[in-house]
Design a protein. Structure first.
Length: 178
């Protein structure tokens, strides 16, 4: 096979793997069950250090999400991807923000770490077969401020600018394209 064609095929596979990981981050942030399911194989396993289990256990843990976590945002960094046939090992850097209310008011927290994912390709689709989370740092930023009506002292011109885990403007944005 021509080296250029092999390189293009590898590039396409890496892009499909990155897309799978990004779909999962969006699914968790927006609490979208279909996106979460589309990123994992049903027989997958997860180990987050504070939680480990099957995909069904993970799904029950992350969806619809804890009432105490009102907002999250997972920002993905670089991924190192090693493909071996229909399997891939992937390390992806992540910074995740969480607004958490543990009963004493909302707090803003942030975690930096890396996902170690084993993805497998079945019927041409890449999905996560196993995930392990490594934690590199954690920061509690303290009491959360109310930014629902604006930021930095400036008011929003419409209520849809404030993001929410469920039902924010991005849901309408994506459904309008369908």
């Amino acid at each position: 096979m021509d080296a250029d064609i092999e390189g293009l095929q590898a590039l396409v596979q890496r892009d499909r793997i990155r897309d799978c990981i990004a779909r999962l981050a969006r699914g968790e942030d927006r609490r979208d069950p279909d996106l979460i399911r589309s990123a994992y194989w049903p027989d997958a396993t997860t180990d987050y250090g504070v939680f480990a289990g099957s995909f069904d256990d993970y799904f029950a843990w992350v969806y619809p999400g804890a009432d105490a976590i009102t907002n999250t945002q997972h920002v993905l960094g670089q991924s190192v991807i090693e493909i071996d046939g229909d399997a891939a090992r992937v390390e992806t850097h992540v910074v995740s923000y969480h607004r958490v209310d543990m009963g004493a008011g909302e707090r803003d927290t942030c975690i930096g770490g890396r996902y170690l994912d084993v993805l497998t390709r079945r019927d041409g689709l890449w999905r996560i077969a196993a995930r392990t989370m490594l934690y590199d740092w954690y920061q509690d930023w303290g009491d959360a401020i109310d930014w629902s009506h604006g930021v930095m002292g400036l008011p929003f011109s419409a209520p849809h600018f404030a993001g929410r885990a469920v039902g924010d403007h991005s849901a309408a944005f994506f459904s309008a394209a369908r």
